[in-house]
Design a protein around this ligand. Structure first.
Ligand code: FAD
Length: 482
């Protein structure tokens, strides 16, 4: 694959967890790998940031697969990194609060089934079936994924339940329009007691573990390096061009970047079939997040909170549950310092409030015609943050009076830092019966010697599948070298 004049066997575009996992596997096998990341830090979405002594998460709520024998555990063993990171196990995992309900989900699916059945006795049978199917999805992954891949979560829930309040609770796990796989995995994973959070620093610790290992195994990491083109020779990927015009040759290229960006901009339509371009343009993408990170001086532990992910759902009817109005939309908050006190100064807490809000909210968040983020953008951003904080006060009374540090990220912020189209949180969402989009899945691409790693290679993302996709791309390339 590598020509004698090529400096690198492989160039990876992007140092998200997909690129980092892929690169670390290949570098460990002695391949010459260059990883180009446009941002100044590795990790993509899987990162954390510091403000005024508080440590905040950019995205990570939890990680799956870190317990003994789990998929991330195995990856860490294979890369000889297992002893270099510790995880905090989360139990309870989740709490869902709304009018007339306050459900805590522990890593015990029998307990969950019992509690839900007590709350909704008429739905006992459906609850049993739903939880059993969620567990099957995790345990017998490939066949069950095929069964649920084309189904929306709403379709699955509607086929099993009639009670509107039960549906509202279950829609707190994901919107009805999302692929059923994502929320069903969440429930199934409870049975594995497999919800974790990286100790002493959060997501950043995981990202740096991989980027340090990648470099220790001989990989070259270029931060602040924006790739502007994938070079194609005789129909095969042969290297990349950086934003400044420098061309670097390699035997093959792996893109960890957004799929539309990879193919429509970096590769170019002239190398793609119409069907593939249509699949790229028509497949739905996951909505973005809006995040308010807060440092607070409330005693949240005494107020009854823990490190679980808490969803507050103001909706009282199914019609309301898909609202994109920040004042009424569902919010999810995590008090990170109740998982790991080192994340906040003494007697203070670091927390994040996340809402799923549209990329084009209020005329594209008030961004100016030339793309500039002026007064209107900044005012709207703070107004929406205030609305989410006011909503959170229904669960944490007095919150707004106890904020000592505040940072706000809009969907545009997420897009700017990671270049994911419209700030998509997890790549694609597959719609029922959507077969065209299957051509977008997996690590192989229609261009020879161009591979993909990351959340755009699968239906529904997340750090665990992203890491596995990086491993898969590495295995395909290493296999091709034999
Ligand atoms: C708000 C939010 C909450 C989430 N919560 C969870 C959770 O609790 N648990 C979980 O498992 N997952 C969660 N996820 C999803 C998870 O974070 C992602 O699916 C995963 O991190 C994606 O990794 P990736 O490597 O595919 O891509 P990314 O993280 O998007 O990384 C891609 C990298 O490529 C770089 N790049 C792009 N284009 C170029 C270019 N042209 N040149 C150079 N570099 C480029 C970007 O800068 C970026 O660093 C969440 C996501 C969000 C946004």
């Amino acid at each position: 694959m590598t020509k004698p004049q090529d400096k690198y066997d492989v160039i990876i575009i992007g140092a998200g967890m997909g690129g980092l996992a892929c690169g670390t596997y290949m570098a460990k096998e002695g391949m010459k790998v260059l990883m180009c990341e446009q941002h100044s830090v590795p990790g993509g979405y899987c990162t954390s940031f510091k403000r005024e002594g508080f440590n905040f998460e950019a995205s990570l709520h939890w990680l799956n697969g870190c317990g003994e024998g789990g998929w991330i555990y195995q990856v860490l063993e294979e890369l000889e990194l297992k002893d270099k990171i510790e995880f905090i196990q989360l139990d309870p995992v989740r709490r869902i609060i709304g009018k007339g309900y306050d459900l805590t989900m522990f890593s015990d699916t029998q307990r969950l089934e019992k509690e839900l059945s007590q709350m909704f006795p008429a739905e006992k049978e459906g609850i049993h079936r739903f939880i059993a199917d969620c567990i099957t999805l995790v345990d017998k992954t490939s066949e069950a994924i095929m069964l649920y891949m084309g189904k929306s979560y709403g379709q699955v829930i509607d086929s099993l339940f009639k009670d509107a309040k039960l549906k509202l609770i279950l829609y707190s796990l994901a919107s009805p329009s999302w692929s059923a796989i994502f929320p069903m995995f969440q429930v199934g994973w409870l049975s594995h007691q497999d919800y974790y959070f990286p100790k002493r620093g959060g997501a950043r610790v995981l990202a740096y573990l991989f980027s340090d290992a990648f470099q220790m195994y001989g990989g070259e990491l270029g931060l602040g390096k924006m790739v502007s083109k994938v070079l194609i020779e005789s129909g095969k990927a042969s290297g990349i061009e950086l934003a400044g015009g420098e061309q670097i040759k390699s035997g093959c290229v792996v893109s960890n970047a957004d799929a539309r960006l990879t193919f429509l901009k970096l590769v170019g339509r002239e190398f793609l079939t119409d069907d593939f371009i249509n699949a790229l343009l028509e497949t739905k993408i996951c909505p973005p997040g809006f995040l308010v990170s807060l440092g607070v001086d409330l005693d949240l532990k005494r107020m009854g909170f823990g490190g679980e992910m808490i969803t507050y759902n103001p909706a009282q009817s199914l019609e309301e549950c898909s609202t994109t109005d920040p004042q009424r939309s569902s919010i999810t908050f995590i008090i990170y310092s109740l998982r790991d006190p080192s994340l906040a100064p003494p007697r203070k807490h670091a927390m994040g409030i996340l809402a799923v809000l549209p990329y084009d909210h209020m005329n594209n968040w008030g961004v100016e015609k030339d793309g500039g983020r002026g007064k209107q953008y900044h005012e709207l951003k703070q107004k929406v943050a205030d609305e989410l904080i006011a909503s959170a006060e229904n669960v944490i009374p007095g919150l707004s009076q106890h904020i000592v540090c505040r940072d706000v990220a809009t969907p545009l912020t997420y897009e700017r830092y990671t270049l994911n189209t419209r700030g998509s949180m997890m790549g694609w969402i597959l719609s029922p019966g959507d077969t065209a989009s299957l051509s977008l899945m997996g690590s192989r691409t229609p261009i020879e010697n161009l591979f993909q790693a990351g959340h755009w290679t699968m239906p529904g993302g997340g750090v665990l599948p992203t890491i596995l996709s990086g491993k898969n791309a590495a295995e395909l390339i290493l296999e091709g070298k034999k």
